[in-house]
Design a protein around this ligand. Structure first.
Ligand code: UFG
Length: 339
């Protein structure tokens, strides 16, 4: 049993990961400022797991608050670092908000928990956004990192660089950056799922709102991409598969199986679906009809993005277990439970 700090553990991917860690017997402490998650989440985590994680409502961008966390909790065996602002469009309008919050949080965690030769294992929440519009598909971890199209994406690129440089220099800090493709779906208990403060921006919850009559129509952003049907291809991955990858990544580091102090690993399904294929799959999975209309491209969208997931399998022994239909049905059921 290890003692793990999960930053952003009250959020969508964070909360599912806390449940997965507790199911493996780990002791979890959450640090979250609740800027994009709701207070009911921690009670739901406790209901699913049968035990409540430790919880600190703190701002990691404030060094003093991170130091106080360390004073109260002592050290951790591992850190999973999710906490970050994550809205692409907002990051274009308010880049400083994103650079300041996301980068300071990462630096402060390193300064407080990974400095002066302190040994620490960290898993960093990264994104396929670091590959930009990729030259080769499926995308392997060897593909070049592209100039990010948004400040949000750039905080993931720079975050990885900070962690790599520190891990190499310290010799005691080991980091796995998990590069997620498109997480979706909800926990099988029906108690956890994606519930951001404000409106949904991701495709599957938006399709769900259309299915439930909360939006009149799905706008399909771009039908002139060089793909099977002209719409964008993405790699959708169930949030519980993603959560399990974090637990395995921590085990991997704890057992010293990593070759390098910093490693990046893709987590996706390994296959791509177009937006229209998603609409079709959703209709088949739920029996509901999804009216849609073709709309102009959304600025910054890459045409096709899907993962080569062989490294995750070879290093972590991870592979996805949930199907696309599981992702779509669980999202539908989750949204229905909210209202
Ligand atoms: N889409 C639509 N209509 C919508 C919403 C989305 O057609 O109403 C399309 C998008 O154009 C895209 C696909 O559905 O082709 C998926 O869009 P999402 O917004 O769900 O996901 P993205 O691939 O844009 O986002 C992912 C991650 C983000 C990350 C981003 C960076 O989920 O966290 O990649 O590129 F920031």
């Amino acid at each position: 049993m290890a003692k793990i700090l999960v930053t952003g553990g009250n959020g969508y991917i964070g909360s599912h990961t806390v449940v997965a860690l507790q199911a493996c017997g780990h002791r979890v402490v959450i640090a979250d400022n609740l800027c994009n998650s709701k207070t009911y989440v921690k009670e739901r985590i406790a209901r699913i797991s049968g035990s409540a994680p430790g919880f600190y409502q703190i701002d990691l961008a404030d060094l003093r608050q991170v130091q106080q966390l360390a004073e109260q909790e002592g050290g951790f065996d591992g850190i999973i670092h999710f906490a970050a602002h994550l809205f692409v469009e907002e990051s274009v309008a308010k880049p400083l908000k994103y650079y300041s919050n996301n980068l300071k949080a990462t630096m402060h965690l390193l300064e407080v928990f990974a400095n002066d030769g302190q040994p620490i294992n960290m898993v960093f929440s990264s994104s396929c956004t670091v590959y930009g519009n990729p030259d080769k598909l499926p995308i392997s971890e060897n593909e070049p990192i592209k100039e990010a199209v948004s400040p949000y994406g750039n905080t993931k690129v720079i975050g990885e660089q900070i962690l790599r440089d520190h891990a190499v220099a310290s010799g005691q800090c080991r980091v796995v950056a998990l590069r997620y493709f498109n997480p979706t779906g909800a926990h099988e208990s029906g108690l956890l799922g994606e519930d951001p403060i404000g409106h949904h921006t991701h495709l599957v919850p938006i399709i769900t709102e259309v299915a439930r009559g909360k939006r009149p129509v799905l706008k399909v952003f771009g039908a002139d991409y060089p793909t099977r049907d002209g719409t964008c291809v993405r790699d959708y991955i169930h949030v519980c598969d993603l959560a399990r990858a974090h637990v395995l990544a921590l085990d991997y580091l704890a057992q010293g199986r990593n070759e390098h102090p910093f490693e990046a690993i893709n987590i996706g399904s390994g296959t791509g679906q177009t937006v229209l294929e998603m609409v079709d799959a959703y209709q088949k999975a739920t029996g509901l009809s999804i009216p849609y209309e073709l709309a102009p491209r959304r600025p910054g969208d890459a045409g096709a993005v899907y993962a080569d997931i062989r490294l995750a399998n070879a290093t972590l022994g991870w592979e996805p277990k949930f199907s696309l239909s599981d992702m779509l049905l669980s999202t539908y059921q989750w949204e229905k439970s909210l209202s």
